[in-house]
Design a protein around this ligand. Sequence first.
Ligand SMILES: [Mn+2]
Length: 288
Amino acid sequence: MNKIGIYYAYWTHDWDADFVPFVSKVKQLGFDILEVNSGTVTKMSNSERDRLKTEAHKQGIELTYCIGLPHEYDIASEDSSVRRAGIAFLKKSAEAVKYMGSKQLGGIIYSSWPGKLPGNKDKRAFVDRSVESMREVIKVVEDCEVFFNVEVVNRFEQYIMNTSAEAVEYVERVGSDHCKVLLDSFHLNIEEDDIHAAIVTAGDRLGHFHIGETNRRAPGRGRMPWNEIFAAIKQIGYQGAISMEPFLMPGGEVGRDISVYRDLRDGLDLDEEAGRALKFVRQEIEQA
Ligand SMILES: [Mn+2]
């Protein structure tokens, strides 16, 4: 059975947070993994990292990492100084993940988030620059023995890759087993003709998987075709992490950046809802 995680920002209004209290929270709810913001961990001192690492070890919780790079670190940028800054930040991020004793970092690490293709520009030049930057980053990722997973997101959030096929082409061009694909059911639902086929297309290139309903409610509340998704996951023999990313609360940086404009909690207790979704996901995987 795949290990199941949840993203800390389900509970926060800000991207920067103290992750330590969330370790015991997700443990009590029954999760295997807490997914945190790699930007915050990259900026931490070693003693701050030690505090989080110790707590995760004590609770038996694995940590995975996610980020949408800010514009100043866009490794696809036309501005070489921006690309240099992004490459340096991603190298530091790989070293931070290694320091934590963790393995997986993913997200929009190939450009910036949210990212729109500048008008009248050829996308291919941006993809080429991103691949070239990532080839440099991935050497450090390999040395650190960690994995960078490029997340396929919908057209309203990024332009470099919107489909599983585009992501596979990207990681093949990067040419390292340490650069893999991150698929997310929320984004798959918007862009793919066939969700099952998209997961099969990623195949053994799949390095991480995000789940959520079509409106980013927790799994089990909407019309996401879970049986189709988990059957595909089983078909390709994916053994990696499955991390849920529900976003229910409007307000703050998180509500603003995720475009949560209405309260999706509907009176639900967030902890109970996460626990319910976890049971639902484990049951769906078993039945698929
Ligand atoms: Mn995601």
